[in-house]
Design a protein around this ligand. Structure first.
Ligand code: TYD
Length: 222
């Protein structure tokens, strides 16, 4: 199973992913937890360029291609091998971020960015079984960012409140367009609630699917 978490900066993705990871590991599930941009040595180097606060004049097109090339490396070198080894892959951001940030907010167009990723990954574009988009009002996200002592400022922190509001709306649009039911499911989660409530809702959705997967795998291996 392939799962990704998405949302505006400060939506609480990291805390939610940590809590879900601990819970699933304790239940004996075999996980690969990763992130974008990043996840492999080369993709992490591309991340440095993308998030460098000095790179203020980067073109949206340059951004889109860099995210896609970091993703290609990530898909072939980490995500696909882990899925082949029957691991559950959890990634902090994936293609939905490109569709929202570069496609909608930076105005390259959702279809253009989708095709660009498809070409970059050359047929290997795996779509997540479930995508969780953590939705919070920007005021709440900013309070969470301000309260996090470990957070380093990056290029995206220099953006205006208006930019982040547009990102929130963009994710909603992406959710509406990329929810394909039980395959490629994309779910909007109200992440303005407590961490416990958010994690509970996500586990209530995930656990029945994971148990079903486990059963199918054990039947297939007999
Ligand atoms: P992230 O690692 O989530 O940063 P943080 O932990 O500080 O929230 O993501 C870095 C930034 O990159 C984030 O602002 C979103 C942006 N991004 C895109 O614009 N497009 C993409 O395809 C991805 C993966 C991220």
């Amino acid at each position: 199973m392939f799962i990704n978490f998405e949302g505006v900066d400060g939506c609480g993705k990291t805390s939610v992913i940590n809590a879900i990871t601990i819970y699933l590991k304790n239940q004996g599930y075999n996980l690969e937890v990763t992130r974008e941009p990043g996840g492999t040595s080369i993709s992490e180097q591309i991340r440095q360029i993308l998030l460098n606060p000095n790179n203020t004049d980067m073109l949206p097109l340059t951004e889109a291609y860099l995210y896609a090339s970091a993703r290609a490396q990530h898909v072939y070198k980490k995500i696909l091998p882990a899925l082949k080894n029957n691991k559950i892959v959890i990634t902090d951001r994936y293609i939905h971020s490109s569709l929202a940030y570069q496609g909608v907010v930076k105005k390259l167009g959702i279809d253009f960015v989708y095709d660009l990723n498809l070409n970059a990954i050359d047929g290997g574009l795996v779509f997540p079984d479930i995508t969780f988009i953590l939705d919070v009002p920007i005021e709440v996200a900013l309070e969470r960012i301000a309260a996090d002592p470990n957070r380093k400022a990056d290029r995206f922190d220099q953006e205006s409140i208006e930019f982040h509001k547009q990102v929130r709306e963009a994710f909603k649009e992406v959710q509406r367009r990329f929810d394909f039911g039980t395959h490629w499911q994309c779910i909007l989660i109200d992440a303005s609630r407590s961490l416990e409530d958010v994690v509970k809702e996500i586990l209530d959705i995930l656990l029945p699917r994971l148990k079903c997967d486990k059963l199918t795998n054990s039947i297939l291996s007999k």
